[in-house]
Design a protein around this ligand. Structure first.
Ligand SMILES: NC(=O)c1ccc[n+]([C@@H]2O[C@H](COP(=O)([O-])OP(=O)(O)OC[C@H]3O[C@@H](n4cnc5c(N)ncnc54)[C@H](OP(=O)(O)O)[C@@H]3O)[C@@H](O)[C@H]2O)c1
Length: 237
């Protein structure tokens, strides 16, 4: 049986993905801080789900990952879904700090741990849910967009490192537009997918080890537009 860990599976996209992998007969390690929600997943798929609650920002986060890998007796794929982000037009430092600590510092620690684990193992697949927000800066949530840009750039770096070192490690960058979870904030949201629909589109992209995918598919058009829109127009949005 193939083995996946989904970091940030207690709610939203990560939870929906965990259910799909369990239904595909994978062993699924699920993490998040809310233990009771992870145990609900276990109750739904006791043969396939192995829960372990921990805070990604804790000193012991990578020890916990190691524990979970031991419980699963190996690992083929890690999907890093956890994240935070808030509207912060006042530049409240506590909001920016929380975003950077989780989305940049803890994220990188988990990414590096995973990469080195797969390097030692000789193969593996690391997928992360970044965001369409990675493409450009945003005045309503500067730290969120910047953190997603960091993640996307870092994934590109890990992919290049794997190629240069001739490692059999695949890297997938998943960039969703709006998905209807507690993370989707602010007004004027459009093309908002359910987490289930988003996960259904992510699954084949992950299984095919795609380098980058926009979710839902039509967000590809928004991504192209964001890349070429001149600043004088982008800044009016
Ligand atoms: N929703 C959208 O519109 C959208 C769009 C683009 C990208 N994304 C990205 O998609 C990913 C998943 O978000 P979502 O929309 O599914 O939101 P969500 O339902 O809020 O899920 C966030 C997950 O991250 C976990 N998490 C948060 N802080 C954590 C911490 N300190 N330690 C461990 N786990 C932590 C949460 O678990 P606990 O609270 O139990 O710890 C939860 O499982 C995020 O990276 C987000 O940036 C979302």
């Amino acid at each position: 049986m193939k083995k996946v860990i989904i970091v940030g599976a207690s709610s939203g996209i990560g939870r929906a993905l965990a259910i799909l992998f369990a239904r595909q007969n994978w062993m699924v390690g699920v993490t998040g801080r809310r233990k009771e929600l992870l145990h609900e997943l276990y109750d739904l798929y006791p043969e396939h789900v192995v829960p372990l609650a921990f805070d990604n920002t804790g000193e012991d986060a990578t020890d916990k990952l190691q524990q979970l890998i031991s419980k699963l007796e190996g690992l083929d794929l890690l999907v890093l879904s956890s994240g935070t982000g808030n509207i912060n037009t006042a530049l409240d430092w506590s909001i920016e700090e929380e975003t950077l600590v989780l989305n940049v510092v803890a994220w990188t620690r988990i990414a590096d741990y995973t990469f080195n684990y797969f390097k030692a193992q000789g193969s593996g697949h690391f997928a992360a849910i970044t965001s369409i927000a990675a493409i450009r800066g945003e005045g309503r949530a500067p730290a969120y967009n910047a953190s997603k840009s960091f993640q996307a750039n870092y994934l590109q770096g890990l992919r290049k490192m794997a190629i240069h070192k001739k490692l059999r490690i695949s890297i997938t960058d998943i960039q969703p537009g709006f998905v209807h979870t507690t993370m989707a904030k602010g007004t004027g949201r459009f093309w908002e997918a359910t987490p289930e629909k988003a996960a259904r589109q992510m699954l084949p992209a992950i299984l095919h080890k795609r380098k980058k995918v926009y979710i839902t598919k039509r967000w590809w058009f928004i991504a192209q537009m964001l890349k070429i829109l001149p600043d004088y127009l982008y800044n009016r949005l």
